[in-house]
Write a protein that binds this ligand. Structure first.
Ligand code: MG
Length: 204
């Protein structure tokens, strides 16, 4: 199982971080040790002082494939979940400035809280119109809708499958909407798929 992730996929989020709008998807990976499931708490590590929340929809890949045509890409995922792409923004800023990789800033232990339940595609009326959001201590911080993605799920799958053999069980984080910001000790993050709370992570 591998975790692939897309950066800069929502215009308003690109603007809030002062980044450029990409011509091609911005891709990074997280190791499987980044996964934090079963609503386990997240323990704030001491190597960073600025971890940001990025709520994202996550595709679950259901069959193997490479060089997947965009027209058939919808057959390669069978469910959508919600996750949080926790990012050590201070370490990422340092890496960006030097043109160095984001592996640590994006991939440290527990940096990918993930809902245990995925919503099967059959239960989703329109994948191009899914609302999702993140609340912290009951207050809305991020709200997204898939109609605002720059690259659609199908484009992402087609693109990634050129470089990486997609395998059953792989996860793809599809980018975050605007509203990212720091998490603090004592916070509780709750991620919603439409109005269903799917994931709750306490910061300790
Ligand atoms: Mg992200």
């Amino acid at each position: 199982m591998k975790i692939l992730a897309i950066g800069r996929n929502y215009v308003a989020h690109i603007e809030e971080l002062g980044n450029e709008r990409p011509d091609e998807p911005v891709v990074f990976t997280k190791p499987n040790t980044a996964l934090l499931t079963k609503n386990k708490p997240f323990y704030y590590p001491d190597f960073t002082q600025d971890i940001h929340h990025e709520v994202e929809l996550v595709l679950r890949i259901c069959r193997n494939g490479k060089f997947i045509d965009e027209r058939f890409a919808h057959k390669y995922y069978d469910a959508i979940g919600v996750g949080i792409d926790l990012t050590a923004r201070d370490l990422q800023a340092k890496a960006k400035k030097k043109g160095l990789p984001w592996a640590i800033a994006k991939g440290f232990n527990g940096s990918a809280p993930l809902a245990d339940h995925f919503v099967p595609i059959e239960e989703i009326p329109d994948v191009k119109n899914i609302n999702f959001r993140l609340e912290i201590n009951g207050e809305i911080r991020q709200q997204g809708n898939t109609s605002k993605m720059i690259f659609s799920f199908e484009e992402i799958i087609a693109y990634l499958s050129k470089f990486f053999l997609l395998q059953k069980g792989d996860l793809i984080f599809t980018g975050t909407p605007e509203g990212v910001g720091p998490i603090q000790l004592g916070d509780t993050m709750t991620a919603y798929f439409e109005n269903r709370p799917m994931l709750e992570t306490a910061v300790k």
